[in-house]
Design a protein around this ligand. Structure first.
Ligand SMILES: O=C(O)CCC(=O)C(=O)O
Length: 277
């Protein structure tokens, strides 16, 4: 399983802004997590899209435990160091024959975090391949700095503002992040990435975990984060509690309050509505 990265992977991350594929969980664990995800969606169809898109680890103990799983956090520590917070989590789910897509973008654009020592561990709960709309990245693009973006609020776009880079991305430069269930990729916050529709008969579900070292700051608001490892001497974020049971009223109330602050940062200056919660 992944664990600490080899020096060659750390170097690859520095040069390309991505390391993939890394083994994180067994296929059986990924299948069990996918079953839980599907069971919640079936039981709560009216809540599911919002709840699962933003900080679901505050609602489900099994997701809270996943973001602190040493098989994932060891790999993250190799890049970001020993004191780590989870700033956010999101499911990126596409059903079979689903037109949903993710436009080319950099995560750094609206997150209001500084410095850009931020990475995403994208954990595959199902196979994620070109035919079902796997994530695609432009290796090395994180070294080009922050690019201008425009908001589209396109209906099928899974991003909160439908944001996309204003420069043309040459598809020939893109790398498909093909993952088997239980594998993960790590990508830098300024890496240009996106994904296409799912034209297959197989769902595609990934769980994105956003890690930061404790010295990273949130500009514009005091928000909350989960301590994944080590100690936090900076106190830039209120630490989030582990939910006691699935989707409990206490956990839902805590998450709502947490999102209110985050929303004020993510949607500042936006022309449209908050789309993911
Ligand atoms: O899952 C996808 O297709 C895109 C994921 C993404 O944009 C992200 O993790 O930042």
């Amino acid at each position: 399983m992944a664990g600490h990265l080899a020096d060659s992977d750390v170097e690859r991350y520095a040069n390309e802004g991505v390391v993939t594929p890394l083994p994180a969980l067994s296929a059986a664990e990924a299948a069990d997590l996918h079953d839980r995800f599907c069971a919640f969606r079936e039981a709560h169809p009216e809540d599911a899209s919002g709840v699962l898109r933003t900080k679901p680890h505050l609602l489900f103990p099994w997701l809270y435990d996943l973001v602190r799983d040493p098989r994932i956090v060891d790999a993250v520590e190799s890049i970001l160091g020993p004191n780590l917070l989870v700033w956010s989590t999101s499911f990126f789910a596409k059903d079979a024959a689903d037109p949903s897509f993710v436009s080319w973008h950099q995560d750094s654009t609206y997150w209001g975090l500084e410095p850009y020592e931020i990475l995403t561990a994208w954990v595959a709960f199902t196979p994620s391949r070109p035919e079902n709309g796997c994530m695609r990245v432009v290796p090395g693009s994180h070294r080009g700095g922050q690019l201008a973006h425009r908001d589209t609020f396109a209906a099928e776009n899974l991003l909160s503002r439908g944001q996309e880079v204003e420069v043309e991305v040459d598809e020939a430069d893109a790398l498909d992040i093909s993952l088997a269930p239980g594998e993960m990729s790590l990508h830098h916050v300024a890496l240009v990435h996106g994904s296409g529709a799912n034209d297959s008969d197989m769902p595609r579900v990934g769980f994105a975990i956003r890690y930061i070292p404790t010295h990273v700051r949130q500009l514009g608001a005091r928000t909350t984060a989960t301590l994944a490892r080590g100690t936090d001497t900076y106190d830039h974020f209120e630490h989030e509690p582990r939910p006691k049971s699935d989707f409990s009223p206490e956990a839902r109330a805590y998450r709502e309050a947490s999102l209110a602050a985050t929303k004020s940062v993510l949607m500042r200056d936006a022309a449209g509505e908050w789309a993911v919660s």
